[in-house]
Design a protein around this ligand. Structure first.
Ligand code: F6R
Length: 608
């Protein structure tokens, strides 16, 4: 999604603005722009494509100035080109925007009828025109800003600069996040604290309905009626992390290989390794007394929730209602305050997940957030926060956040089972021991399977379609495998419950569509092998991801068999995630795609 930065500084800002934009690249974008004010004149540079193009423009024609705003755009209204790139200028007003102005066409009609001339196809430009109109009508800048905010509807983070006021940046938030950074005699703002981490770690988060008036000396925050509101600043953890690739070619690769270490850090938050028990979790949700659980999330986070459903139902006998957040939010699902709701989100800012959370809150449910960004909106609006402690995830395709979400869900499900009397002390000890040995097994798997997967990826990259199959917790993994492959390699891939094969997809089986079967030697193994037989009988090529027992038990010919160590059921989804991630990664690298920032995708999806 779009990234926003602004600085009211003591020295030149253009270079720092571009540096901050680079830290927001992970969100996904297709054009970028920067504007500054210098010598009473506002100027901008904008370029389609990557930041490199914007930098070339700035090298050729530098932008001096100690105040500026900048933007990476992820196109919603209008194609990604220079004209649609932000900042948008109208009569000395500059605007950058993340989100969607839902009533933009109605506002545009009104402005057009009054003689406004639009340059771009964006919804953002109406904001600049509205501000210009109110200034022409004689309102001062602050009043014009508030009048504009009272006209626009939708989800937005807006940042505005006025040519005739080179000391102030105004901003507003209604939906997508905005963080204000406090410096020494300078102030910053950005879409998140990571963007601001080289400048400051003292951060104030705006909440929906806040308008900030920022000068070099500080920030004043008011509501849309102009009434002052107090927001406390906090010290962000974002600056504690070095966001670089280390020795890896891509952030995604680095994040895949970080998993053993990170997951052990995450587990130590939930597990008492000395006592072999799950630590008592946040008291705001009493899993022992719940009548049910609702889970909602998007994309990969939704798929971790789907695996969580299997665990909560099996180990804690707790019924789980789960849906993708874009459906959940509109389903008008009947809920009761005796249930709790869990929302899973790496970014903690996903618009649909947040809307589902607010629905459940309205229905009187206790809310739990399984998030990576602890300062995010979803975390702040929850009763209980279950951090996944994965550190910044920069690759757009989620990897380490997925396995950390799974680790947290596994610990919560075992803890819930204990609280509900469905998991005995002995079972708890056994499961905790398996969880504790997981980081070591992950390291081993990453080292052992990598060469084989790299070779296999070359073969896989020749195909146009791939099918993934799995049963039980391997079914959501099949969905995740297909999602990962399609999003970064652009090969069409589908995930299916293995038992569904014969209800339709079997019609597609031939030698041109490899079938990736995920089947640890668990209680479903024999049934999945029967489905493999059906594939083999129709000339399908099988890539079999199994464990040592499974490899020994199956005699079917395969295109490749990836053999993992035998592991307990509770950790199998995390272990089997690794070959799935590596297969997608190496296939994409082999095909030469933009692995960390795949086309059309955004890391933080703050629009519906
Ligand atoms: C896929 C991926 C996405 C996200 C989804 C939710 O690799 O990363 O499907 O999982 O956009 O994002 P969060 O977890 O930030 O709510």
């Amino acid at each position: 999604m779009c990234g926003i930065v602004g600085i009211v500084g003591r020295e030149a800002v253009a270079g720092r603005l571009v540096d901050a934009l680079r830290r927001l690249e992970y969100r996904g974008y297709d054009s970028a722009g920067v504007a500054t004010i210098h010598g009473g004149r506002m100027d901008r540079r904008r370029a389609e494509g990557k930041l490199f193009n914007l930098e070339k423009l700035l090298d050729a024609e530098p932008l001096p100035g100690r105040i500026g705003i900048a933007h990476t755009r992820w196109a919603t209204h209008g194609v990604p080109n220079e004209t649609n790139a932000h900042p948008h200028f109208v009569e000395g007003v500059a605007v950058v925007h993340n989100g969607i102005i839902e009533n933009f066409s109605e506002l545009k009609d009104e402005l057009l009828s009054e003689g406004a001339v639009f340059e771009s196809q964006t919804d953002t430009e109406v904001v600049a025109h509205l501000l210009a109109k109110y200034l022409r009508q004689g309102l001062d800048r602050r009043a014009a800003m508030l009048a504009m905010l009272n006209r626009v509807a939708g989800a937005y983070a807006l940042v505005v600069m006025f040519e005739n006021d080179p000391g102030t940046i105004m901003a507003a938030r209604f939906g997508p996040p905005l963080a204000i950074g406090h410096g020494q005699g300078e102030m910053f703002l950005g879409s998140d604290a990571i963007a601001l981490s080289p400048f400051t770690n003292e951060i104030t988060y705006l909440v929906d309905g806040d308008c900030a008036i920022m000068t070099a000396g500080g920030v004043e925050i008011v509501d849309y009626s102009g009434k002052p509101v107090q927001r406390r600043s906090q010290i962000s953890q974002a600056s504690a992390f070095m966001v670089d690739k280390g020795n890896h070619r891509h952030f995604m690769e680095k994040e895949i290989y970080e998993q053993p270490e990170i997951i052990s850090h995450a587990l130590s938050h939930y597990i008492d390794f000395a006592a072999n028990t799950v630590k008592a979790n946040d008291t705001a949700i009493d899993f022992g007394k719940l009548s049910g659980l609702a889970i909602s999330a998007c994309g990969t986070a939704y798929l971790s929730g789907l695996i969580g459903k299997y665990w909560f139902e099996r180990y804690a006998r707790l019924p789980v209602e789960i849906d993708v957040a874009s459906e959940f939010r509109y389903r008008e699902l009947p809920l009761s305050p005796s249930q709790a709701a869990l929302f899973i989100s790496q970014s903690g800012e996903t618009a649909d997940t947040l809307a589902s959370l607010r629905y459940c809150k309205q229905e009187g449910l206790k809310i739990g957030a399984i998030v990576n960004v602890r300062e995010s909106t979803i975390a702040r609006e929850s009763d209980a926060i279950f951090p996944i402690l994965a550190g910044p995830e920069i690759g757009v395709a989620s990897t380490k956040a997925f396995t950390c979400q799974l680790a947290v869900l596994a610990a919560l499900a075992v803890g819930a089972g204990r609280a509900r009397g469905t998991v005995s002390a002995e079972q708890e000890t056994a499961m905790v021991r398996h969880l504790a040995e997981m980081p070591r097994i992950m390291s081993r798997v990453l080292n052992e399977v990598q060469p084989q997967i790299e070779t296999l990826s070359r073969d896989l990259s020749r195909f146009k379609d791939v099918l993934y199959l799995g049963r039980g917790t391997s079914y959501p993994l099949a969905l995740e495998g297909a999602l990962k492959l399609k999003e970064i390699s652009y090969i069409h891939a589908e995930g299916y419950a293995a038992g569904e094969l014969k209800h339709g997809p079997i019609a597609l089986i031939d030698e041109n569509m490899p079938v990736i079967v995920i089947a640890p030697h668990d209680r479903f193994f024999e049934k999945t092998v029967s489905n493999m037989q059906e594939v083999a009988a129709r000339g399908g090529r099988i890539i079999f991801i199994t464990d040592e027992k499974g490899a020994a038990a199956s005699k079917l010919p395969t295109m490749a068999t990836i053999t993992l160590p035998n592991v307990d059921e509770i950790i199998a989804p995390m272990i089997f995630s690794l070959p799935i991630q590596l297969l997608a990664y190496h296939t994409a690298v082999f095909m030469g795609t933009d692995v960390d920032q795949p086309r059309n995708l955004a890391k933080s999806v703050t629009v519906e």
